[in-house]
Design a protein. Structure first.
Length: 152
């Protein structure tokens, strides 16, 4: 069986959104955006909504990654990254088919889609991740929202 990837949350890269306290999804120490760029050969302009959206949206987002909240996308897929300007799924987002069992969490069929066109989904081949399920739950369930409350 494949060695699990390591998920962590790190500080977002300063830029146009530098006034936010944005957090990046890091996989094996590299941002998900960097993994996407390496896999697709193009720059994907999407960010994690952590630290740049309201606390309720962030709680719902983390709940979706943990599969304890319903998917926002009609496809049933889970949102990973959103529009850096407004987090609107109509602008498009990076999504994945997430599966969690007792030992592993899988992010499969990672791709780009929006929430209004069922034909918008573009899957990025050869890009998937597997995490230790217990570690994955701890990382996402102990994340603090900007107002100091805890997520799920």
């Amino acid at each position: 069986m494949r060695r699990p990837n390591r998920l962590s949350l790190g500080q977002g890269v300063p830029g146009a959104d530098s006034h936010w306290n944005r957090k990046e999804l890091l996989i094996d120490g590299r941002s998900l955006q960097e993994h996407l760029t390496r896999s697709t050969g193009s720059n994907i302009d999407c960010v994690s909504p952590l630290g740049c959206t309201d606390p309720e949206y962030e709680r719902q987002y983390l709940g979706q990654l943990l599969l304890s909240a319903p998917a926002l996308l009609p496809s049933g897929r889970q949102v990973l990254l959103v529009c850096p300007l407004c987090a609107d799924l109509g602008c498009g987002c990076i999504s994945a088919r997430i599966e969690i069992n007792d030992e592993r969490t899988f992010w499969n069929e990672i791709g780009f889609e929006n929430d209004y066109d069922p034909d918008s989904l573009t899957i990025y081949p050869f890009l998937s991740f597997v995490f230790d399920a217990a570690e994955y739950r701890i990382i996402l369930s102990t994340n603090a929202v900007p107002d100091g409350r805890s997520h799920p």
